[in-house]
Design a protein. Structure first.
Length: 368
């Protein structure tokens, strides 16, 4: 395709007439399935990995009147997929969705069976949605593991690999879903791991360095591709057991977490040689915080950070545009039980959030 800077919808238009036998499953297909996992499949897809289900084309016709995802482009993506030979006959199974505010648990798993003579399926773990619970669970990884979604992912993976005995399996996840995918594949049985052909993650947070340095993840290095956008923020949280593949995007800061903003080249994402100076600065800042704070301080830092966000009615990244930074600073000062180091980290974290929610050209690394 000659078109420059083309994206996911262009890919469907260009490659949609080719089935998976003519053009094998690739990283863009995995990303598209990750995006579709944000849909509510309740009542449309069984919890089991067999039996009656609807294909993507039928699901599209039945989706009217259901709860809409926070990003309406995902509905457009469903409609576009339903019109293609490549995606319309995909059969989803094993839909599990759990949300528990008290446990700060948010988990969703779904398995897509590809219409292919090769007998292939892709297991997807949904990423963080726009709720505060989802973001909180991401940051909880800074002081504890496993977090609830990781435990759920491990159970799901064992069940899926056992049920899909005759399939070659891919595993993928966007954001927190990618972290859950790596965790589950690192801790699963050797029998389950041997069933996995490849693992794709898209701008996913990592793990505590002590965990990454163990043998748990060393066996995965040749099975994982970890994609991050050039201005990655979420993907810079902690460490990952493999090198990043940097992707180009036309968005800024936090907005690059959106796969719809990523550029494609052929049947792959458009690569960049390095992360932006902004993303490198974020990585250095995150690493410094983790070195400064012990586990107890990390817990206080995360809990205080999200209490302040909630008090300021910040529930999504876009909400940072609705209030002034001085309002948040006032809220931080009211937390007298925070030690000075943790309070400084909270202030800088929220400052980083404010800046990452806006044009990155305004961000000075010295501010970190």
């Amino acid at each position: 395709m000659d078109k420059k800077n083309y994206k996911v919808f262009d890919y469907l238009e260009w490659r949609g007439d080719l089935d998976f036998d003519a053009s094998p499953f690739n990283e863009i297909d995995a990303a598209i399935l990750c995006l579709l996992s944000y849909l509510d499949f309740t009542g449309l897809v069984p919890k089991e990995f067999s039996g009656e289900t609807y294909d993507i084309k039928k699901i599209n016709s039945l989706y009217f009147g259901r709860a809409l995802p926070s990003d309406l482009r995902i509905i457009d993506l469903l409609r576009a997929c339903a019109k293609t030979k490549r995606f319309s006959k995909i059969l989803p199974y094993g839909y599990v969705s759990k949300l528990d505010g008290e446990e700060e648990k948010q988990f969703c798993g779904i398995t897509f069976v590809l219409p292919s003579k090769r007998k292939q399926a892709c297991i997807i773990f949904r990423g963080t949605d726009v709720t505060l619970i989802g973001w909180k669970e991401d940051f909880n990884m800074m002081f504890t593991h496993p977090v609830p979604c990781q435990e759920e992912a491990l159970v799901y993976l064992e069940k899926a690999t056992s049920a899909m005995k005759f399939y070659d399996l891919y595993l993928a996840g966007h954001s927190k879903g990618g972290n859950a995918a790596i965790y589950a594949s690192g801790l699963c049985s050797s029998k389950a791991l041997n069933r996995l052909k490849y693992i794709y993650t898209f701008d996913s947070p990592g793990f505590d360095k002590d965990l990454v340095d163990t043998s748990v993840f060393s066996k995965l290095s040749n099975k994982i591709s970890s994609f991050v956008p050039k201005d990655s923020v979420i993907g810079m949280l902690m460490e990952v057991p493999t090198a990043y593949t940097v992707v180009d995007s036309d968005a800024f800061g936090f907005s690059q977490h959106d796969i719809f903003s990523w550029f494609l080249k052929g049947i792959a994402f458009q690569r960049k040689d390095t992360l932006s100076s902004f993303s490198i600065g974020v990585k250095k800042t995150m690493t410094k915080w983790l070195e400064l704070l012990d586990l107890s301080q990390r817990r206080d830092f995360v809990n205080s950070l999200f209490k302040i966000l909630e008090e300021c009615k910040i529930y999504e990244i876009r909400d940072f545009e609705k209030i002034s930074f001085s309002t948040v600073v006032t809220a931080i000062k009211s937390f007298s039980d925070l030690d000075s180091t943790s309070k400084e980290c909270v202030l800088k974290a929220i400052g980083l959030f404010f800046k990452a929610a806006h044009n990155r050209e305004e961000i000075q690394l010295d501010d970190f």
